[in-house]
Design a binder for this molecule. Sequence first.
Ligand code: 5AD
Ligand code: SF4
Length: 455
Amino acid sequence: MKTYHIITIGCQMNKSDSERMASLLEKQGYKKTDKKYQSDLVVVNTCGIRQMAEDRIYGLIPAIKKANKKAKIILTGCLVNRKDVKNRLKKYVDVWKPINEITKIPLAPFIKGGKCPNDYLKIEPKYESKFSAYVPIGNGCNNFCSYCVVPYARGREVCRPAKEILAEVKKLVKNDYKEIVLIAQNVNSYKSQIPPNPPLSRGDIDFADLLKMVDEIKGDFWIRFITSHPKDMSDKLIKVIAGSKKICHHIHLPIQAGDDKILALMNRKYTVAHYKSLIKKIRKAIPDASITTDIIVGFPSETKKQSNNTAKLMKETKFDLAYVVRYSPRPGTASFKLIDNVSLSEKKVRENKLTKILSSTALANNKKYLGKIVKVLVEGENKRDELFGSTETAKIVKISTGDFNQRLPRSPGSSPGLKALPRNDSLVGRFVDVKIIKAKDFGLEGKLVKKKLLV
Ligand code: 5AD
Ligand code: SF4
């Protein structure tokens, strides 16, 4: 049996795409291996969002080919169309395929006994997790933010029919998945032309409608979604989130910069005032919402004063988390033509300053959790027998279980009404209640609330 290994660099969309790639390869008879240097087939799912992500493949791909000359290498993802990347790696890469064309890779006859769907989003993924699943609602982007490679790498926005999304979610929930993450480059511009049933058959389904339909699926699960674009976030969507039971109170709303001139240069199509008004509406409708963001420091021509405007916005908005990154010029994008005139050292200064503000607002927000009992989805266990997981507000929680396991009856039925509790690790993928006893800037710590586990 031939083996395959997939290396995924980048965002959730790439991770989800790799899950479809894995499924496709297994249907062709390939078997997964963890050994990238010995695999018959290595897929490198690339990311071009920043230079750092790009650079990872230049050492990796030649090293794989050197270790195993017979290995076939497929390169897909965001760097596949870049001519300079092709020139640099053509000696090592056997197949170059954009992700939406992976169904056409000429390696083996496709899917034994069946036809491979033309639309790559129709491939049923081999989900990495047994309890949390990425469900793409579309692919590509029409926004052309001036710094961003995504519209070039992934093409124009394509939305998946609502019917298909709902069917995938229903199946996942039936299989006991606890977290559904709806993903797209801009979820807020979602439109479905295929109404699944009345009364929505009157018109198009937008993202708020889709979320509502997913929320109505019966079962004990959480719904997350990424990423929202501030220019497209509607009042209707905020209302749907506020009124739902399953949609997590976490909104990732990238601001990118807190200065109108820089936002215009970035082609973001909103102003700081608009962003602030959105935050106000969200906080009013969903008081416990956690709000996270992306920020680029040192965009071409950004002055100290303009960066200070971002600092001011951060202080006012009190983000729970922000991915603060240094601007990285990307070939082919509009801003690549601008001079990258903020020095690396100045970018670092701005990055540190914004990260410090973030740290203090995040800590203040997290302190509000002290003494509270919160629902946590357990995601794993560390070597010290501690569990960790996330709240619906996307706070990472370290959970101590104390002597709980030892004190429980070991066999089912040994105590009326109690079931022997499995070891900690079988709590992975389950919801538990946790009492928060410590708040840090980027995490919480708590104790398992025991009574909730005796089910
Ligand atoms: N330089 C720095 N950061 C970038 N991002 C996208 N393109 C660039 C770039 N050229 C960041 C944005 C976006 C996130 C996914 O990556 O903040 O929201
Ligand atoms: Fe890139 Fe802007 Fe599209 Fe996001 S919305 S993927 S930043 S072009």
